[in-house]
Write a protein that binds this ligand. Structure first.
Ligand code: F6R
Length: 606
């Protein structure tokens, strides 16, 4: 999603800004731009499309200056054009902005009446123009920024640059993250501390409502009420982002193949007998719990849906999985003995964050499972635990999903044991099952060529259906999401039992169904659904184990034989061929699988 970077130092700003924007590239964007100040003048360069268009432009038409701001934009208001790209400027102010200004229409109307004009379709442009109005009225830089943010509704992270002042970047944060990085007579600003990897480790996190005046030698921070305040500096160990594909054609494929390694690490962390006791979550009242809310978006929401089965079966706790974007808007009831678990790779997803804040406001117990432990959710939530997936660059979540599943499963088992719903020997047996996951994952990765053949078949159709029962139902939902986002094939996931209640009318010979059916207690029922599809000439791709595949013996168009696994861990093992299926289908269709159209890695608007 949108990314912000700022620099004040003694070197040329534009190469530093460009390099930092490259580190934010993986988040997804569709245009980019930078503004610097040289000899007191604001100079801006912007380009639609990839960052390389901006760097080419800067070669043809360079800009100088040792201060600057840069932005990668993911279009919300207005198309992905040069005109709509950030920075946006008025006469004396240039601005980059993440988030949404909800009252931009009223502000724009008001400013037009005052004689100010606009050149873009964005909500952002009202910010520099409004600030300009206050400067024109004689307000100071600080006064203009404070009056401007006081008028804005919505959520934002903003950097202001002022013509004629080459030692000031003003910042404002409400809802969207913003950090200051400290160097020697140098300051950095970023929407994501990861953008500062390799530049500095000394970071100040702005709090919600803060503004800050940043110059080369100091940062003065103001709280919500515009009074000067102090925020601590943290030393953050940000590993330099590994932007190498290490021999793989795409990051997505590399990350799919990293699963045996990262899953082993995640398993190591959740397999010791009392592992939960040594984490920050140990103070949660597990014994008194009466219910679990599981909240996330997209793939993370499907991890929650899988986990709801685990919490019910292993910890005997009602597990309610819900899409985070709906949670607060239906005024969900939070009971005192509920635990709300938030699942997010980035820790920045606005919908999940809004649900977390809703629970915190109601003083509900909360625990976040995150890949990014220096994220806003990590800072704002009461407890958080890592999922150990390492940095995920490809927009589609793969290894983060399976690592989320491991930590959720580890949590369900640990809570089950604390609540005396699992005997020690049962706990040990389940841990034994989990310990085989990395080796099983390796076996499944070895089926990649077979999956490619299925992908070749699927790539010729405009639609696809994924069905499963029990734990294979949420797995089917995730398989469908992966295929649609990477290959642009319209795909739906559903509970196999639902097919006959309406969707079966779609089935015909040009509508394939991917059936997830391990040979477990639900196999016979799913087999009946397969027969119903076959009777209507629908092509079938069966994912099962050797017993299941043999049972169907050649009656399907394709079958993929997966290892026979305990049904508890089947969602982890079965999601891997589904990731490969989406990947190969996207590649066969010649698509940019690492950066699917319209998508962003971290979705920071509601
Ligand atoms: C799909 C995908 C998204 C994310 C969702 C939540 O492949 O990656 O559906 O899972 O946007 O993101 P996080 O986990 O960062 O909160």
């Amino acid at each position: 999603m949108c990314g912000i970077i700022g620099y004040l130092g003694n070197n040329e700003a534009s190469p530093i800004l460009l390099e930092s924007l490259r580190r934010l590239e993986y988040r997804g964007y569709d245009s980019a731009g930078i503004t610097t100040i040289h000899r007191g003048k604001l100079q801006t360069r912007k380009a639609a499309g990839r960052l390389v268009n901006l760097s080419d432009l800067l070669v043809r038409d360079p800009i100088r200056g040792a201060i600057g701001i840069g932005h990668t934009r993911w279009a919300t208001h207005g198309k992905a054009t040069v005109n709509n790209a950030h920075p946006h400027s008025s006469n004396n102010v240039s601005v980059v902005h993440n988030g949404i200004i909800e009252n931009h229409r009223e502000i724009k109307k008001h400013l037009i009446l005052k004689g100010y004009s606009f050149g873009s379709e964005t909500d952002t442009e009202v910010i520099p123009v409004l600030c300009q109005k206050f400067l024109d009225q004689g307000c100071s830089y600080k006064g203009s920024v404070h009056k401007t943010v006081d008028m804005l509704k919505g959520q934002f992270a903003i950097c202001f640059l002022f013509e004629k002042n080459d030692d000031l970047i003003f910042l404002a944060r409400r809802g969207s993250p913003l950090v200051i990085g400290h160097g020697a007579s140098t300051m950095y600003v970023a929407s994501d501390a990861l953008a500062l990897a390799g530049l500095t480790k000394e970071i100040t996190y702005l709090e919600d409502g803060d503004t800050a005046a940043v110059s080369r030698n100091k940062a003065t921070i103001y709280s919500k009420d515009h009074q000067e305040t102090k925020r601590p500096k943290s030393i953050v160990s940000i590993n330099a982002i590994d932007l190498h594909k290490r021999g793989f054609k795409h990051f997505m494929l590399k990350e799919i193949h990293e699963q045996p390694k990262v899953l082993a690490k995640a398993i190591e962390n959740v397999s010791a007998d009392n592992w939960l006791a040594s984490t920050s979550a140990s103070s949660l009242p597990f014994k008194e719990l009466e219910g679990i809310n599981l909240l996330g978006c997209g793939t993370a929401a499907y991890a929650c849906a899988v986990a709801s089965y685990w919490f019910e079966n292993l910890a005997k706790l009602p597990g309610r999985a819900e899409i985070a974007s709906e949670f607060k808007y239906r005024n969900a009831m939070i009971k005192p003995n509920d635990l709300s678990i938030f699942v997010s790779q980035s820790g920045e997803t606005a919908d999940t964050l809004a649900a977390l804040r809703y629970v915190i406001d109601q003083q509900g117990h909360n625990l976040s499972l995150l890949n990014n432990l220096i994220s806003t959710m990590a800072k704002e939530g009461t407890h958080s635990l890592p999922i150990h997936a390492d940095l995920e660059i490809s927009v589609a979540s793969t290894k983060a999903f399976t690592c989320q599943l491991i930590v959720l499963l580890g949590l369900a088992l640990a809570i089950g044991k604390i609540r005396n719903k699992l005997e020690q020997h049962e706990y040990n047996e389940f841990q034994e099952v989990i310990s085989h996951i990395p080796a099983l994952t390796n076996i499944v990765l070895g089926l990649s060529d077979e999956v490619r053949k299925i992908a070749q078949f699927i790539s010729e159709f405009p639609n696809a259906l994924f069905i499963g029962r029990g734990l294979m139902y949420p797995t089917a939902l995730e398989g469908a999401l992966k295929l649609k986002e990477i290959s642009y094939i319209h795909s739906e996931g559903m509970a196999a039992g639902e097919l006959k209640h309406g969707p079966i009318s779609l089935i015909e010979k040009s509508f394939p169904t991917i059936v997830l059916a391990p040979s477990d207690h639900l196999f016979e029922k799913t087999k009946s659904n397969m027969v119903e599809i076959q009777s209507r000439n629908g092509p079938i791709i069966l994912l099962s184990d050797a017993d299941g595949v043999e049972d169907i013996s050649g009656e399907v168009d394709f079958s993929l034989t997966l290892p026979k696994v305990h049904s508890l861990v089947a969602p982890i093992i079965y999601s891997i061929p589904l990731q490969l299926l989406a990947y190969h289908t996207g590649v066969i269709k010649g698509l940019d699988v690492d950066n699917p159209r319209h998508l962003a890695k971290s979705v920071t608007v509601e």
